[in-house]
Design a binder for this molecule. Structure first.
Ligand SMILES: [Zn+2]
Length: 164
């Protein structure tokens, strides 16, 4: 079974188990819903790698917004700071909340088989199995790769089609 769908612990008792009941795709994260078999508690878990890459994308977007609206604009006022501040708080809140769900509901059993023995059928499953830090670096690596390809194409273009 995929490690992200394994049973998790519930906060109601040590022996209670939470079972994965559904898996949906929420914009850019997959969300796995767990239901406790003892109490009525249910929780939504986002794979750690997804929390990681969402954080990176969020931080990069925030830096971009701060650069454009605060650093480049010399008349950043109260509303600019309020909006930027709220966005930062929102990002911190979502990341913390998602991580807290993992902390409160750890896997009931440590996976015996290493993650890489899971049949990785597609890219989505592959990314879901990755760690938090891999998720954090994924957009950076991806961005670097795209820039690298663009640079290479640019160089090739200039080589074969020199500017007059
Ligand atoms: Zn419970």
């Amino acid at each position: 079974m995929h490690p992200n769908c394994q049973d998790r612990q519930c906060t109601c008792s040590d022996t209670a188990r939470m079972k994965a009941v559904s898996k949906t795709w929420d914009r850019y994260n997959s969300v796995i819903r767990y239901q406790c078999n003892t109490c009525d508690n249910s929780v939504e878990i986002i794979p750690l790698s997804h929390i990681g890459y969402t954080l990176t994308v969020g931080v990069l977007a925030l830096l971009f917004i701060i650069y454009i609206f605060v650093i480049k604009t010399h008349d950043a006022g109260f509303w600019t700071y309020t909006i930027v501040g709220s966005l930062i708080v929102y990002q911190l809140f979502t990341t913390t909340a998602h991580c807290l769900a993992h902390h409160l509901h750890p896997l009931a059993l440590k996976p015996k088989a290493p993650v890489f023995q899971v049949r990785k059928t597609n890219l989505r499953t592959r990314i879901e199995g990755m760690s938090f830090l891999s998720g954090v670096f994924l957009p950076i690596i991806l961005g670097g790769f795209i820039l690298g390809v663009a640079l290479m194409l640019g160089v090739l273009h200039d080589l074969y089609f020199p500017r007059p």
